[in-house]
Design a protein around this ligand. Structure first.
Ligand code: LLP
Length: 455
């Protein structure tokens, strides 16, 4: 058998999990099989069934600490990393990031309630969204959660509320800095043509409108330029642009004390990906802001950033069981697994690539075995991998897909009425359930057959 060097043999970067394909506690047990967090994957599947989402606590905490430590190292002013909970929102994740001292970014009533229930302190939560409901705004205001104003509609409602309460309301505004970066167009948000935030050319009008309100106090500015970004220059440029915006706002009497530079740092999904480390990303953005402030004689604002993917993606893996094989001679061999686009919609949505291995034989790759791994949904495009090289495999074997901690569970669906997988947390040889497996019966809970249809 022709063997290739497996990605599992790459040296693990212990400081910046986003630079690895695998969770940092990944190992091959004495039996040659895959384990994570000191737990045998085979044993986990025996206990919790498949498909199964697994999160590695050590990798999660490392990522949180990497942001905290780098901000302390490179940014002399006050700072706070805020976890973008859209990447993976749960009571567990809210609790974990807040135990590491991070704040949390929420974009809906659901994410807000999850954060509050997970124990994130209200003053460390920020609330985003390009179409917030009145109910969501009310929830945020009642809980003293900082609102990031995305558009005139937000502004108008907040002005009315602050007037009716006769109460000063501190706000941040989101703007689009006009920075292009190389990422999938669906996850690029900082260019002029974006549904999010105020165009930078509109900011002077906005500053004037806010000055004209009685109770809105502009305390901060926010921009997020996109996701899964490997270049550092766009964030360097962003730092400089944001400092210029602080200067512009000053002309209208606003004293901006907080800069929120969004998230966006990419992770290594495959051997071909080479993202900067968390340390390098934070150094770039911090240095750019510090230098620009020095140049313009400005006090350092409080620096916030909102990483999502680079906190949780590498900590997560998904395990599937192989079922059917279909060989189309001269074309390809399909291998079908027990999950797919409902637990990981990223390949069908963004043509995303991942890395995977067999749990029983993780290091061996037979380049003659090219499999196309298909999900079980009734959709031809439900393909997780095209032509992936794996060791010899058969029905019943387990496949581990790496880097699934972000935007998998949080973007999952029940397409074809397929229940969501369970999620377990692994640490030091122990496993704890953090999300119960849905059952097909759970999916019937909200269906109603009107009385007249019941015979
Ligand atoms: N802050 C804001 C305002 C955002 O919109 C986002 C992501 C983040 C922070 C976190 O960005 P990150 O550090 O995770 O790159 N579903 C897509 C990603 C969409 C990102 C949306 N916004 C995917 O699966 O690739």
């Amino acid at each position: 058998m022709e063997e290739k060097k497996s990605f599992l043999k790459q040296k693990i970067d212990l400081e910046s999990p986003n630079k690895n394909i695998v969770p940092i506690t990944t190992s091959i047990g004495g039996d040659g099989k895959l384990s994570v967090g000191g737990c045998s994957i085979e044993e986990l599947v025996k206990k919790y069934d498949s498909p199964l989402y697994i999160l590695d606590e050590v990798t999660l905490r490392k990522s949180c600490r990497a942001y905290k430590n780098a901000l302390e190292k490179y940014y002399p002013g006050e700072s706070l990393p805020i976890y973008a909970s859209k990447a993976n929102s749960s009571i567990f994740m809210s609790n974990l990031v807040s135990s590491e001292g991070l704040g949390l970014d929420a974009v809906s009533e659901g994410e807000l309630l999850t954060a509050l229930k997970g124990g994130v302190p209200n003053e460390k939560i920020v609330f985003h969204g390009n179409n917030k409901s009145d109910k969501e705004i009310d929830l945020a205001i009642r809980n003293n959660i900082k609102i990031i104003v995305d558009n005139d509609y937000d502004l108008k409602r907040l002005e009315e509320i602050s007037n009716s309460l006769n109460y000063d309301l501190e706000i941040m505004i989101r703007f689009t800095p006009g920075i292009e970066c190389h990422t999938h167009e669906y996850i690029r948000t900082g260019s002029f043509d974006s549904k999010f935030g105020f165009g930078i050319e509109y900011l002077n009008n906005l500053f004037a409108s806010i000055s004209a309100t009685k109770h809105l106090k502009l305390k901060g500015i926010h921009a997020h330029i996109g996701s899964q970004i490997f270049e550092l220059d766009p964030h360097k440029d962003l730092g400089e642009i944001m400092v210029k915006v602080i200067l512009d706002a000053k002309k209208f009497g606003h004293n901006i004390k907080e800069l929120n530079v969004g998230g966006g740092l990419g992770i290594k999904y495959t051997k071909n990906d080479d993202p900067p480390s968390i340390d390098e990303w934070v150094e770039t953005i911090s240095t750019s802001i510090v230098e620009a402030c020095k140049k313009h004689n400005l006090d350092l604002p409080r620096l916030l950033c909102e990483p999502g993917r680079s906190i949780v993606s590498t900590a997560g893996i998904t395990i599937y069981k192989i079922g059917a094989f279909k060989e189309i001679p001269g074309i390809r061999t399909y291998l079908s697994v027990d999950g797919g686009m409902s637990d990981n919609p990223r390949p069908i949505t963004y043509q995303s690539n991942y890395s995977a291995c067999l749990v029983k034989n993780p290091l061996n790759i037979n380049s003659k075995n090219k499999y196309t791994i298909a999900g079980k949904h009734c959709e031809s495009g439900d393909v997780l991998f095209k032509e992936i090289e794996l060791a010899n495999c058969k029905t019943g074997d387990l496949i581990c897909v790496f880097g699934t901690g972000a935007y998998n569970n949080s973007m999952s669906s029940n397409y074809n009425r397929i229940p969501r997988p369970a999620a377990v947390l692994v640490c030091d040889g122990g496993a704890e359930i953090i999300q119960k497996r849905e059952s097909s019966f759970d999916l019937l809970r909200y269906d109603i057959l009107p009385d007249r249809f019941i015979k």
